[in-house]
Ligand binder design. Structure first.
Ligand code: KIV
Length: 282
């Protein structure tokens, strides 16, 4: 049975913290699911960590649908949330079309979109149509050209706006809100004012849950660790060493051995060779 929106709400009510991680394909979804992650995010961060774009801005709805399908196929327990990419929810009608594709074609159980007060009417309409929505405020990567990649809400007016944004999203029916790069005390204050869970990334420990990017927590980059993350593995080094060994063994002819090869009856092979030799060649 998949985790439901109600299950996530119950976690908040019981004061149980909610782990969330991004996933972009079948295998990573399977691994996260088996590890007991209740919320998976097919984030548009896939643009950077999987597709090699410089930001989330170029990510298309087709790309999100394609990767989300794989994550849904790879998971059985987790509730899968898919990001609506940049400019795919600029109007209410467009948001309905985009979210509809994510639920109907990709099979995700909820969508996430960036923004507060300004997107609240869109959130309300999606929720009224039966589409669960997760909000995302603070640093919103789709607006990086406008706001810059920095902690949001350090000034009183900015902090006040973020509180208004969170309350507007809750009133619109969002089932949870991501708080990204928000000072920990402000994230605490927002969390205390909401009945729905906050999911932090770079927003301190008082949030109801935490979300992290797959590649960051597993150390899939050898040279970059954002401040808000912690490496729970060093997979770049592990994978690099494994591939170096593979390359060396193929070059040396020590892979494959008999163990990785199939055998064949000698007489059958000889019969095949005799047959081939007997046939005239052009
Ligand atoms: O796209 C993403 O991975 C996200 C998380 C950073 C919250 O939106």
């Amino acid at each position: 049975m998949r985790t439901t929106i109600r299950d996530i709400q119950k976690l908040k009510e019981r004061g149980e913290r909610i782990p969330m991680v991004t996933a972009y394909d079948y295998t990573s979804a399977q691994l996260a699911d088996r590890a007991g992650v209740p919320l998976l995010l097919v984030g548009d961060s896939l643009g950077m960590v999987v597709l090699g774009y410089g930001s989330t801005v170029p990510v298309t709805l087709d790309e999100m649908v394609h990767h989300s399908k794989a994550v849904v196929r790879g998971s059985q327990q987790a509730l899968v949330v898919g990001d609506l990419p940049f400019l795919t929810y600029a109007s209410v009608d467009q948001a309905i079309h985009s979210a509809g594709r994510m639920l109907q074609e990709a099979g995700v159980q909820a969508v996430k979109l960036e923004g507060g007060v300004t997107v609240a009417p869109t959130v309300a309409r999606l929720v009224a149509l039966g589409i669960p929505v997760m909000g995302h405020i603070g640093y919103t990567p789709q607006s990086e050209h406008q706001i810059g990649r920095r902690v949001q809400g350090r000034q009183a007016n900015e902090a006040g706006q973020l509180i208004e944004d969170a309350l507007a999203l809750e009133a619109a029916g969002a089932f949870a809100i991501v708080l990204e790069l928000v000072p920990a005390p402000l994230a605490h204050a927002i969390t205390a004012r909401l009945h729905i869970p906050t999911i932090g990334i770079g927003a301190g420990v008082a949030c109801d849950g935490q979300v992290q990017v797959w590649h960051d927590i597993l150390g899939l980059y050898s040279d970059f660790t954002p401040r808000h993350t912690r490496r729970y593995a060093h997979l770049a080094e592990t994978i690099g060493a494994a591939l170096t060994s593979y390359v060396a063994e193929v070059r040396a002819g020590t892979f494959p051995t008999a163990e990785q090869s199939a055998t064949m009856d000698e007489a059958t092979l000889q019969a095949a060779l005799d047959q081939v030799q007997a046939q005239p060649r052009d």
